[in-house]
Ligand binder design. Structure first.
Ligand code: FAD
Length: 299
């Protein structure tokens, strides 16, 4: 073993909220920024595919697993108050702990944007996770990203992120954490938190999934388009397009990677045929060769 935080043949399914995925050849769980740097430098020297993961709430991983190295940032749990409503938050801090911690305790605005999103701060920064009420990167002043040429502290500016995406961290690079600047809200945030928690319980299916499978196309909702194609409740193997929310594909009963992938492709085709709209995946599909883009695959 190259590091005492390395684990061979690590089963990935339990590390994802889909509960799907074969083993990684090697999984690394560095506990400090120094360990991440050492692990990353070592990874770059290995002739193997590389993947970075946080809480696994937005990934669908092949049943064949990942024949390379997966670096998990879940152990980077530093959360430091710096004064004047500024915080340094490590990539491994659970996003909901930020909401229920500083944001609710100090009544900071933005609770409506981040309530109920599973996963870690690193994944939330990479995805610019959020809702119509706001998204992660807008509360940041800088982000620390490990790239092949070293560690970069990148000042956060609005041109660097957009709806469920960003331009400062390429796949395979590592977000270590970042500085957040919050602002005291004029109205109590606790009722907002309770409202959105309750709303998710009512409007979103509970179970193994990745949340929304597709991004919303400009000016429309992926769920509305999928529902209009009559796809709610469509099953394939152990997977089903949720009868409650059409943009959720659930692993209902031991679904395989292929069961879920089939429904993703089927949905894309149906929406394209019916509306001429190409739905873009929000979920990251991880095949043995790396991140799979269904559009790039010639669909
Ligand atoms: C029930 C449910 C509801 C959801 N609701 C929402 C919602 O309302 N809004 C929303 O935006 N999302 C939502 N999601 C999706 C998901 O929770 C978010 O995308 C989340 O921010 C992903 O964080 P994670 O730590 O789980 O990332 P992972 O799933 O581990 O990774 C996601 C992507 O980020 C990359 N990544 C992760 N950590 C790092 C890092 N430290 N450095 C570099 N790259 C990294 C991975 O390579 C991968 O490409 C939902 C998911 C579920 C299951």
């Amino acid at each position: 073993m190259p590091f005492d935080f390395a684990r061979r043949d690590f089963s990935l399914a339990p590390a994802t909220l889909y509960r799907v995925g074969g083993p990684a050849r090697l999984a690394l769980f560095p506990r400090t920024r120094q360990e991440v740097q050492a692990a990353y430098e070592w990874m770059l020297e290995q002739p193997l595919p590389r993947l970075v993961l946080g809480g696994g709430s937005n990934v669908l991983i092949s049943d064949e697993g990942f024949p390379g190295i997966v670096l998990f940032t879940v152990e980077l749990r530093e959360l430091t108050a710096l004064g004047d409503d500024r915080y340094y938050i490590g990539a491994g801090v659970v996003l909901d702990d930020v909401v229920r911690g500083p944001m609710l305790e100090r009544n900071y605005e933005g609770v409506g944007g981040l309530t109920g999103i599973p996963g870690t701060v690193g994944g939330a920064i990479f995805m610019n996770a959020g809702t119509v009420n706001g998204s992660t990167c807008q509360w940041m002043t800088s982000v620390d990203v490990l790239k092949a040429d070293g560690l970069h502290e990148i000042p956060m500016t609005p041109d660097l992120y957009n709806y469920r995406g960003q331009r400062f961290c390429a796949p395979g690079e590592v977000i270590l954490g970042g500085h957040f600047q919050f602002h005291p809200a004029a109205t109590p945030q606790r009722p907002i938190y309770d409202h959105y928690k309750q709303r998710r319980l009512e409007k979103q299916p509970q179970g193994y999934c990745c949340g929304s499978v597709f991004k919303n196309p400009e000016g429309d909702h992926a769920g509305r388009l999928i529902e209009a194609c009559g796809l709610k409740g469509t099953r394939h193997g152990g997977a089903v397009i949720s009868p409650l929310h059409a943009n959720f594909i659930m692993n209902e009963h031991n679904a395989s990677f292929k069961d879920i992938l089939f429904l993703i492709q089927h949905t894309k085709e149906a929406v394209r045929n019916e509306f001429g709209i190409n739905l873009e995946e929000e979920v990251r599909i991880i095949a043995p060769a790396g991140i799979l883009s269904l559009d790039a695959a010639g669909k």
